[in-house]
Design a protein around this ligand. Structure first.
Ligand SMILES: [Zn+2]
Length: 163
């Protein structure tokens, strides 16, 4: 099998390694041991992230079950994951569009009420075939999450990877 050539410089034969990478989706996510193709000639790196749809499902599921209160970027991720515009989301949650903007504000976010936060978590989890959502502890911790979410690719999708 011939090695793939670098699409940037056209010279290097790409070397494949398994490495952790941060996933740029506006929230703190580490993908554990994804395939990264390195070009020895120009130093370019190409990350291979399979099954993006399932990855977003896994991120949304882990966020919905997290102990920590949801942060602005996480609320925005979950809203867009559910497919709502901020106007539709405001209508659904019974708040003004300005309130949604403040929930998602990077600078000075306004914290969601815990009940609204749990409603958002439930909307994310409602299609999951699990008996208990374990929401009783969700959002119980006031501080930021101690660790980023960690996800590992499997043959069928993405699973949580313990730190
Ligand atoms: Zn190259």
């Amino acid at each position: 099998m011939s090695k793939k050539r670098c699409s940037i410089c056209g010279k290097g034969a790409l070397e494949i390694r398994r490495e952790p990478r941060r996933y740029g989706c506006g929230i703190d996510v580490i993908l554990v041991d994804i395939e990264v193709r390195h070009c020895p000639a120009c130093g370019e790196e190409f990350e291979v992230i399979p099954n993006i749809e399932r990855l977003h499902q896994a991120i949304a599921r882990d966020l919905a079950k997290s102990d920590a209160r949801l942060r602005a970027g996480e609320i925005r991720f979950l809203r867009t994951y559910l497919g709502y515009s901020s106007v539709d989301f405001a209508r659904l949650m019974g708040v003004s569009p300005e309130t949604v903007s403040r929930w998602e504000s990077k600078g000075a976010p306004k914290r969601m009420a815990l009940s609204a936060e749990r409603l958002l978590r439930l909307m994310v989890l409602q299609n999951e075939p699990i008996r208990s959502y374990g929401l009783e502890g969700a959002g119980a911790s006031e501080g930021p999450p101690a660790q980023p979410l960690r996800l590992r690719v499997t043959p069928t999708g993405w699973e949580s990877a313990a730190a």
